[in-house]
Write a protein that binds this ligand. Structure first.
Ligand code: NAD
Ligand code: MN
Length: 357
């Protein structure tokens, strides 16, 4: 049996209500998977900042690096006005652990969608592009001019494209293990860029992605490309068409938030921050102060984030079981949380999913 050590970082607000659900589903996986888990509770977030002066204690980073195979991150509250010394712990974690890919699956279930189910994943480069934050403002005779560097490297474009190809192949395996949730038959990657205008930066991204996805191991993956503005149009007109979408940082940011709007609730959408040999599962939603403490947060984004983390730790079968149990809960629609129009509590949704494992 394999034992995985998982760092649990609930953070703030409903992070503290959904991360325990994530732990429970790991503890409840069938023993036939031969998979055991040990857990370590770790601190980060705005409350940690208020108590200690840092939102991401060194101890949290050290333990993740030295002891853990993966982690689950809940949500953090960010102050609405700038607070001296505060910076987002998840952004810092991505840097410190070199989690260079942000992966966001967006999915409807067969029963809950009118028309074809949506089942796509956006793979966003997470280390460069305009987010290197090298900006400057100049005074000119015509007034101020601000400029920013958009940095695209061969290395980052290549590794993000490789991970996109690997995800496409793996999704195929997971569909086989948990059938009935998608009608897609062969894996596809869509490269998103604007190289018609930005021939050097986005041109390099496009060319490098093409090269990476031409590798022998991706011979079964159909590769397409789409200019980012028409990508947005097609994503909203025909979301069921897409499988894996790979994009540089800024386009990926916008596409992933936009795509999340294609499904019913933020409480359904998972994500993972992925590097070589490490993955942090993280629901897309925030700390939801409006429902904090009521016990009604939807745990499904977190449960799907657990499955996503397991995929990147090489446990496809365990991930497929969780995805299928969650889809079963949604299709059955007897235990839905209030954000989904139901009346079930976090605990009741969780118990219904666990019953279906
Ligand atoms: P939010 O995602 O916390 O909430 C938006 C709306 O969605 C709220 O009405 C909330 O009740 C609902 N919602 C979110 N998750 C839900 C769930 N699991 N179940 C049921 N309903 C859910 O976004 P916000 O209100 O804009 O931000 C609140 C705080 O969270 C802010 O401090 C913000 O900075 C922070 N935030 C953090 C992250 C993150 O940690 N990744 C992301 C977004 C916002
Ligand atoms: Mn965003």
């Amino acid at each position: 049996a394999r034992t995985l050590r998982i760092g649990l970082i609930p953070g703030d607000g409903i992070g503290r209500e959904v991360i325990p659900a994530g732990r429970r589903i790991l503890e409840s996986l069938p023993s036939s998977l031969n998979l055991n888990f040990s857990f370590v509770d770790l601190e980060a977030g705005y409350d940690t900042f208020k108590a200690t002066g840092t939102a991401l204690p060194d101890k949290t980073v050290d333990i993740l690096k030295k002891e853990c195979d993966g982690a689950l991150f809940g949500a953090v509250s960010s102050p609405s006005t700038k607070v001296a010394g505060y910076s987002s712990p998840i952004v810092a974690l991505r840097k410190k652990l070199d989690l260079y890919a942000n992966v966001r699956p967006v999915k409807t279930t067969a029963g809950s969608s009118n028309g074809n189910p949506i089942d796509l994943v956006i793979v966003r480069e997470n280390t460069e592009d305009l987010y290197v934050k090298e900006e400057q403002t100049k005074e000119t005779p015509e007034g101020k001019v601000a400029e920013a560097i958009k940095r695209i490297s061969e290395r980052a474009s290549s590794r993000i494209s490789t991970i996109a190809g690997e995800i496409a192949l793996r999704r195929q395996n997971i569909r086989t293990a948990a059938p009935g949730t998608s009608n897609r038959t062969s894996p596809m990657v869509t490269i998103t860029h604007k190289s018609n205008v930005l021939s050097q930066t986005d041109g390099l991204f496009r060319e490098t992605a093409r090269k990476a996805l031409a590798a022998q191991k991706f011979s079964s993956v159909h590769v397409e490309e789409q200019i980012v503005d028409s990508m947005v149009y097609k994503l909203f007109r025909q979301p069921e068409y897409y499988d894996v979408i790979v994009a540089p940082n800024l386009y990926g940011d916008i596409l992933s938030d936009g795509a999340a709007a294609l499904v019913g609730s933020l409480g359904l959408v998972p994500s993972a921050n992925v590097g070589d040999g490490f993955a942090i599962g993280e629901p897309c939603h925030g700390s939801a102060p409006d429902i904090e403490g009521k016990g009604i947060a939807n745990p499904i984004a977190t449960l799907r984030s657990v499955a996503l983390m397991l995929e990147f730790l090489g446990e496809e079968n365990a991930a497929a079981k969780i995805y299928a149990a969650v889809d079963g809960n949604l299709d059955d629609a007897k235990f839905l949380s209030p954000d989904m129009g139901g009346e079930a509590t976090t605990e009741e949704v969780l118990n219904d999913v666990l019953k279906r494992l």
